[in-house]
Ligand binder design. Structure first.
Ligand code: 13P
Length: 251
């Protein structure tokens, strides 16, 4: 039984006081209630330790990246290792977000190494995949995500230490979303690829999130699609009313 995961990716947003308020608001919503879904927030690295130091109950806390090197420390200016992220109190790490693949040239091999580093450090890796608009238009979307799964998911991935996030690049921050039929098609293909890679037992329990312009108004429909096990939310995770409005569609 796959529990849904409602995850917020704050990206490069929030200064200290607003960020802590936002985190606090999420933690209050989570409270001690036995929610029927899991919640995760991924603040920028600048706030990760501060957010993790707040009492946060069962709410997961993730980084948005980890260093590529397998070393826990060393001469890697600007990088933060998965071991350091874990040490701050984080539970998860996003890797391979399309903004990193595009703006920082991260290849599948780099993403796989980062995922492996996160898992080895005791974090759950949230591995992002997704096709560009041109790839979708040329009918290549399924090939692209299959290739990304094969290239980015490490052999040590299990349903406990790994989550996949399908985020079509053209749907991120645009207000555009794929049809539910298209989401179903991709998520089913991703599950099939995971079965080939990791075996049915692991693949059937692994969560596959959808991300890209998820809002309170479309969340119920998107999250009801077969093989959609949660959402990775960007813009709407920065306002508690929107983030929790999405979460509440699963109550
Ligand atoms: P938006 O929800 O702003 O489209 O961003 C999605 C995303 O990139 C989450 O990682």
């Amino acid at each position: 039984m796959r529990r849904k995961l409602i995850a917020g990716n704050w990206k490069m947003n929030e200064l200290k006081s607003e960020g802590l308020q936002l985190a606090q608001a999420v933690f209050e919503k989570c409270g001690n209630r036995n929610l029927p879904f899991d919640v995760l927030i991924c603040p920028p690295m600048s706030l990760l330790g501060l957010v993790a130091d707040l009492p946060h109950g069962a709410c997961g806390i993730g980084s948005q990246d980890v260093a590529e090197t397998t070393k826990a420390s060393g001469a890697f200016t600007g990088d933060v290792s998965a071991v350091m992220v874990k040490d701050l109190g984080a539970t998860h790490a996003i890797v391979g977000h399309s903004e990193r693949r595009t703006m920082h040239g991260e290849t599948d091999a780099v993403v796989r190494q980062k995922a492996e580093n996160a898992i080895q450090a005791g974090l759950t890796a949230v591995i992002c995949i997704g096709e560009t608009e041109a790839e979708r238009e040329s009918g290549d979307a399924l090939n692209v995500v299959s290739r990304q799964i094969k290239g980015s998911v490490p052999a040590i991935a299990t349903a406990e230490n790994c989550v996949i996030a399908y985020e079509p690049v053209w749907a991120i921050g645009t207000g555009k979303t794929p049809t539910t039929a298209d989401v179903a098609e991709v998520h089913t293909a991703v599950r099939a690829e995971l079965q080939k890679l990791l075996g049915a037992e692991i693949a059937d329990e692994m969560r596959i999130l959808y991300g890209g312009s998820v809002k309170p108004g479309n969340a119920k429909e998107l999250l009801a699609v077969e093989n959609v096990d949660g959402a990775l939310i960007g813009g709407a995770s920065l306002k508690i009313a929107d983030f929790w409005g999405i979460a509440e569609t699963q109550l």
